[in-house]
Design a protein around this ligand. Structure first.
Ligand code: 13P
Ligand code: SF4
Length: 320
């Protein structure tokens, strides 16, 4: 407790000294989310994080999240110093979509508009025509479908299948998945729902189709938080990273939240409802990044920046 308080007060001072803003994702440790809020930074979903960093006047952005979020910030504001508590914090979707193979996939389908999830490298974003996050993917694909465009989608297959089903768009897909959301189990979720029949089920669309089918509300982290506030239910079963409970509980102190089950009894899962890379963001690492950015600063290849900026800006403008 004491140690945490000391870290927090030193970080607060450093943020002022360095003219820095702390931008955290909903999946990070609640202590970090609270600190971001207290210091005038933000805690947000991946689209809002990008927007906030883009508009904030701070000279340095501390991105507490995973690598693609830091890269997006650097692509949008190359004049700023963008640092992360650790550059090791990656994402299984990013790892599962190497640029060489993705380029080959795109080359095989030159007639298709390339729509890429934000959870990717700058190189993959540079290859894309459009970037989307889970909060705007549906609207963007709907819009492209109305224009008669055929889509090449990557890398999350669950989100892609969900959007395909909703829009009826002509989509072919890269077969990536998030190791956290891929673990949610249908049978166990049905059993849990039977125990709490009055609970609403909230699902992030990176989850498998059978989980999404059981949902009362599907959406990005921000959209799920909003659903928790707006739905009349007192209980919620939530299929996404458990970091999100901090904000849900804060906004709905009288409601009850349960983690959706990740594995049957006795079974193991690699990442039970918590992203191992988001978990790498700690107070100590944030302090270190503020004291010395060496080895923690995000750089993007400037020859790729222009392409990534174009596809990312399309998303920002569309969803403004
Ligand atoms: P959101 O855009 O919903 O915050 O999702 C980002 C992410 O990595 C989910 O796993
Ligand atoms: Fe990537 Fe999944 Fe972690 Fe989100 S939760 S950052 S999609 S691995």
């Amino acid at each position: 407790e004491d140690e945490q308080a000391q870290y927090k007060s030193r970080i607060k001072q450093l943020l002022v000294e360095k003219n820095a803003a702390l931008i955290a994702h909903y999946y990070t440790d609640p202590i970090i989310q609270a600190l971001a809020e207290e210091t005038g930074g933000c805690v947000a979903d991946s689209l809002e994080m990008a927007r906030f960093g883009n508009q904030h006047q701070a000279q340095t952005l501390i991105i507490a999240g995973v690598k693609f979020m830091g890269e997006t910030a650097k692509v949008l504001t190359p004049e700023k110093t963008v640092v992360m508590p650790t550059l090791e914090a990656t994402c299984s979707l990013d790892l599962g979509c190497p640029i060489k193979e993705f380029n080959e996939f795109c080359d095989q389908h030159p007639d298709r508009t390339v729509v890429v999830y934000a959870n990717t490298s700058t190189a993959v974003k540079a290859r894309a025509d459009w970037i989307v996050t889970s909060s705007c993917a549906l609207e963007i694909v709907e819009h492209l479908d109305e224009q008669g465009e055929k889509i090449l989608w990557g890398p999350d297959r669950h989100l892609g299948n969900y959007i395909q089903k909703q829009t009826g768009a002509d989509m072919i897909m890269w077969q990536g998945a998030c190791i956290v959301h891929d673990e949610f189990k249908t049978k166990a979720l049905e059993d849990m729902k039977a125990l709490h029949p009055d609970a609403a089920i909230l699902v992030h669309p990176e989850s498998p189709a059978e989980i999404i089918e059981l949902a009362d509300s599907v959406g990005s982290t921000s959209q799920l938080i909003k659903a928790a506030q707006e739905l009349p239910n007192q209980k919620f079963i939530v299929a996404t990273d458990r970091g999100i409970f901090y904000k849900m509980q804060q906004l709905c102190p009288d409601k009850e939240f349960f983690e959706a089950p990740t594995a049957g009894e006795g079974a193991t899962c690699r990442s039970c409802a918590h992203c191992p890379w988001m978990a790498m963001n700690g107070l100590k690492a944030i302090e270190e990044a503020l004291i010395d950015a060496k080895g923690k600063e995000v750089f993007v290849d400037m020859s790729l920046r222009e392409g990534a900026l174009k596809s990312t800006n399309r998303m920002l403008e569309f969803s403004a």
